[in-house]
Design a protein around this ligand. Structure first.
Ligand code: CTP
Ligand code: CA
Length: 226
């Protein structure tokens, strides 16, 4: 309806969102990545923009186009995403980390294409920085939201991440189920705030999920500052 379209409840707010996978190079032609499509993060960016927010979107390589009026920063590696997110973080009001960041990257990146040899290839991997954890450690006014992609014990692991990363809320995604999550247009999530408020949003298109998530975040932010 016209009334919903003119709902500008996030006017004046700066929102930072990360989306998509990261890509960790092995050599000039190969990389490690994951199945993230970027759709959830891009839907959140669009929903925040529709509510009048100033939106900054830091994205790994994806096939979706950025919504209009959203400031897009394209990155490839976890390290590049870390740099851009920390650079933008300080004057943000709401930060949502929807990206599927690689946890490991090759210890060594080769300048020239690796040639095949007889026998097996071993690639040693090292940890990437945990971007969300770093943001949690230096959190000030930001309302900080993370995602948890889980296949089992989803509540337990989700709550663990909420606490460990000093988040204000966690959005838990069951990625073991067919038809939601990775690659899908639909999703089903449970949001838990650090105050124990909990809401499950049943299976819906990611664009609708995004609206509900932002509505809940907005309510929580208003409580926090009132
Ligand atoms: N995340 C991040 N930087 C990383 C890894 C994860 O910022 N290097 C963020 C993700 O963007 C997400 C949250 O942390 O918002 C949780 O990601 P997830 O992969 O579910 O959890 P991890 O903490 O990486 O733990 P694990 O993969 O072992 O479950
Ligand atoms: Ca991970």
């Amino acid at each position: 309806t016209r009334q919903q379209q003119s709902d500008q409840r996030l006017k004046g707010k700066k929102v930072l969102i990360s989306a998509g996978p990261t890509r960790e190079p092995i050599d000039p032609v190969r990389f490690f990545t994951n199945h993230s499509s970027g759709k959830m993060g891009y839907s959140l960016a669009e929903a925040a923009e529709n509510l009048g927010a100033e939106v900054h979107l830091v994205s790994g390589p994806v096939d979706v186009t950025a919504p209009r009026n959203v400031q897009l920063y394209s990155v490839e590696t976890a390290e590049e995403m870390y740099k851009k997110m920390t650079e933008l973080y300080d004057d943000m009001d709401i930060v949502i980390k929807a990206a599927a960041v690689a946890d490991y990257r090759p210890l060594q990146t080769f300048d020239q294409k690796l040639k095949k040899q007889a026998g097996a290839l071993q690639i040693e991997m090292e940890r990437t920085k945990d971007i969300l954890q770093a943001l949690g450690e230096r959190k000030k006014q930001q309302y900080l939201v993370g995602f948890a992609a889980e296949t089992n014990d989803i509540r337990k692991y989700g709550l663990g991440k909420l606490e460990k990363k000093n988040l204000d809320a966690i959005i838990i995604n069951d990625v073991s189920q067919e038809g939601i999550g990775f690659h899908s247009n639909d999703n089903e999530v449970t949001i838990i705030t650090k105050h124990g408020k909990e809401k499950t949003i049943p299976k819906l298109p990611k664009k609708e999920i995004a609206k509900e998530i932002l509505q809940l975040i907005d309510e929580e932010v208003r409580k926090k500052f009132n």
